[in-house]
Design a protein around this ligand. Structure first.
Ligand SMILES: [Zn+2]
Ligand SMILES: [Zn+2]
Length: 417
């Protein structure tokens, strides 16, 4: 692939809008041409992954298919410290940039009537990770063509288990998989954006989320004599009400701490006090400090509510991920790539969501930025992620590949802050 920067004939984005290339030394047109040449391959790969989804930590076939695709394109792939997932590195030179994709699907049924419908009962790619993977493969292949010797290396991390708690990113990030990278970039499908739009903002754009399970035990007994036992239904009800409202009083309101129970179970009979009760919920926070404070407060608050009433308690607080906080410098680079790919009118600010994304663990190690990629056909009603019927306008695959590859090139071209 030519890297001749005097060849600037392709100055329009996909929708025909003029693109300002003068603000960046990066040849995004070369990336666009490289991706265009493999777009059909990327769509076929995404359809293959969509038809054969695998849930978190079980992405064996997905890992093999992606590895075979990359190896078939002449690229070098290697394993990750996790049982599933893989890494691919392209380019040469001391500078390193990382890109991240996620491989896993959800335990949901795919109701769509399309040729690439899930062939696995009860599992489907309803979060768009098949698109993320195909886009990252496209970025790897395009970069392999456009990087000049010595320009730098791009490590593409295809992580397992984004959807589970604990998830795949933390052991990889803490295991040094992106160590030495000057920046890391990723994207996620956003049904609220049309294909051809990209949402990006500096600062926090997702929330922290943990799982909380509280198991209560007591001697049980007759409902006529609650004073001789521990009334676990009463204790569970107090926990469901008092625990969230106590956290609310004890954490900074600006950090938006929110404990919500989604499941509560205790007892069978109307005249018997049960011996066990369980509450399951999620602890979320928009601010990192509040998330950390809430985690420290939980055991003491559970004890303060349950113990005076005689209940024995056990708390299982499973750490999910902190908020994704986009680094301002990396956000400018990713925004520059987005402007080149979809035009200035296609790049929109994005709000912090209540959902979480374990990409944040990589941001603990290196600065980076995360973009929301439009995937809804213009004029169509958005279908939310985590709905079985979720699907994408496949033109977003090539746009995502160009965005990731372009961000990596921007990071090589920019002075580090
Ligand atoms: Zn998801
Ligand atoms: Zn997702």
């Amino acid at each position: 692939m030519s890297t001749d920067r005097t060849d600037r004939t392709d100055r329009t984005d996909r929708t025909g809008r003029a693109v300002d290339r003068d603000s960046s030394p990066v040849d995004h047109a070369a990336v666009a041409m490289a991706v265009s040449a493999i777009e059909a391959d990327l769509v076929a790969l995404r359809r293959d992954l969509h038809a054969h989804p695998e849930p978190s930590w079980e992405e064996t076939r997905t890992t093999e298919v992606v590895a075979a695709h990359l190896a078939g394109a002449g690229l070098t792939v290697g394993p990750l410290p996790t049982a599933t997932g893989l890494a691919c590195e392209v380019g040469t030179g001391p500078a390193l940039v990382a890109l991240r994709a996620d491989l896993d699907a959800l335990r949901l049924t795919d109701p769509k009537d399309v040729p690439y419908r899930s062939m696995v009962v009860g599992v489907c790619h309803a979060c768009g990770h098949d698109l993320h993977t195909a886009a990252a493969v496209g970025a790897a292949r395009a970069l392999a063509g456009v990087l000049v010797p010595g320009q730098g290396r791009v490590r593409i991390v295809f992580q397992p288990a984004e959807e589970s708690i604990p998830s795949g990113a933390r052991p990889l990030a803490e295991g040094g998989v992106v160590d030495g990278a000057r920046a890391i970039f990723a994207l996620h499908c956003d049904p609220q954006l049309d294909v051809g739009q990209v949402g990006i903002s500096a600062g926090p754009i997702t929330s922290a989320a943990d799982l909380v399970e509280i198991r209560l035990t007591g001697p049980g007994g007759h409902t006529a004599r609650p004073h001789r036992t521990a009334d676990l239904v009463n204790v569970a009800a107090r926990l469901a009400v008092d625990l969230p409202s106590s956290l609310d009083r004890l954490t900074d309101p600006r950090d938006g701490v929110n404990l919500t129970f989604g499941a509560i179970a205790a007892g069978d009979a109307g005249n018997a006090i049960p011996t066990t009760a369980v509450l399951r919920g999620s602890l979320r926070a928009t601010g990192r400090a509040g998330w950390e404070d809430a985690g420290k407060l939980l055991p003491g608050l559970v004890a303060a509510i349950a113990e005076p009433l005689g209940a024995t308690w056990d708390l299982d607080h499973r750490i999910g991920a902190p908020p994704v906080e986009n680094d301002p410098w990396a956000t400018r680079l990713l925004g520059g790539a987005a402007t080149a790919v979809v035009g200035p009118g296609g790049v929109l600010p994005t709000r912090q969501s209540g959902g979480s994304e374990d990409f944040s663990w990589f941001l603990e190690q290196v600065p980076g930025a995360f973009a929301r990629l439009g995937i809804t056909p213009p004029g169509a009603e958005p279908i939310d992620i985590h709905a079985g019927a979720f699907d994408v306008d496949e033109r977003a695959i090539a746009l995502g590949a160009r965005l990731l590859a372009g961000a990596a090139l921007e990071a090589f071209a920019a002075p580090t802050p």
